[in-house]
Design a protein around this ligand. Structure first.
Ligand code: CP
Ligand code: NVA
Length: 307
């Protein structure tokens, strides 16, 4: 990172292991009730702008509340109420907002917009989800896995379903947190090959298969996500549902995983599509703890970006 570059949180592949591990451990400490450096308001007088070009429940509320709990101030901006929504460029928006706020979180469609924001902002930019990745969610997911199963290094996580933005961030995480990742996806919805290649080159054990049963056997965690993401075009929906039908996580699939295996999902979930009601409401499901951990993970990210 060139000197003077703000401490952006763009994607996990841009970080080294130690930095990400530090954010996870600081999130765990804050969850236990520790104040960072003994300061109950480490982000006092700091302001975070949150720009949402797509809907959000967890990301929005966990960032807002997390910022307040650290003594800072969040401002939520909807593009429809901004000049950004009527054509002001991302680059200009970045240069203006950088003079008012201390960090900017963006949830958007195209990754190019996030990168443009980061290029022109003089303050840290946080990726709140794009069509390509969702790194903040992975920080909460690693935290959740470790609370339930133990250290994630050397474990096996199985992704079942669409090779989407969450799958890409799981690939980044496998390389940075040293676990094995198996992705069971239909041929039509495999994760990006360049990211699979990258993770393997970084030393991660990655399997991509269309065989759910083989992938899930012995897994420490089974993870899935919606069959239709916010960026997916309406024309593809029927085909996606057809291709993904054999990839529903049900009790039979979960029974193949290790006895201690957990079920994870970033939410929102669609019962009867990617997961059955019995699994998501069942004893192995940690989806609500996972959602709750977004708050603690965001605080770890915010603290790193802003101090
Ligand atoms: N998991 C997640 O990012 O949820 P939201 O879309 O509600 O923020
Ligand atoms: N893959 C989903 C994740 C939502 C948090 C989407 O992009 O809509």
């Amino acid at each position: 990172t060139p000197a003077g570059t703000p401490k952006h949180f763009l994607d996990l592949d841009r970080f080294d292991r130690e930095t990400l591990r530090g954010m996870i451990e600081s999130a765990k400490a804050m969850k236990r009730g520790d104040s960072p450096g003994g300061d109950p308001r480490p982000l006092g007088n700091k302001t975070l702008a949150l720009i949402f070009e797509k809907p959000s429940t967890r990301t929005r509320v966990s960032f807002e509340v997390g910022m307040r709990q650290l003594g800072g101030e969040p401002i939520v901006l909807e593009p429809s109420g901004m000049q950004l929504g009527r054509g002001e460029t991302v680059a200009d928006t970045a240069r203006v907002l950088s003079q008012y706020v201390d960090a900017i979180m963006l949830r958007t469609t195209a990754e190019e917009k996030l990168l443009e924001l980061a290029e022109h902002a003089r303050v840290p930019v946080i990726n709140g989800l794009t069509d390509r990745t969702h790194p903040c969610q992975l920080m909460a997911d690693v935290l959740t896995f470790e609370e339930h199963v133990g250290a994630i290094a050397g474990r096996t996580v199985v992704w079942v379903g669409d090779g989407n933005n969450m799958a890409t961030s799981w690939l980044h995480a496998a390389a940075r947190f040293d676990f094995e990742l198996k992705l069971a996806t239909p041929d039509s919805l495999q994760p990006p090959q360049d990211v699979v290649d990258w993770a393997r080159a970084e030393g991660a054990a990655i399997t991509v298969t269309d065989d759910v049963e083989a992938a899930v056997t012995g897994a420490d965690a089974v993870v899935t996500d919606t069959w239709v993401s916010m960026g997916d075009s309406d024309e593809t929906i029927d085909q996606r549902r057809k291709d993904l039908r054999p990839y529903q996580v049900d009790e039979r699939v979960m029974s193949l995983a290790a006895d201690h295996a957990i079920f994870m999902h970033c939410l929102p979930a669609h019962r009867g599509e990617e997961v059955t009601d019995a699994v998501i409401e069942g004893p192995r499901s940690v989806v609500f703890e996972e959602a709750g951990n977004r708050l603690h993970a965001q605080k770890g990210i915010l603290l790193w970006c802003l101090t």
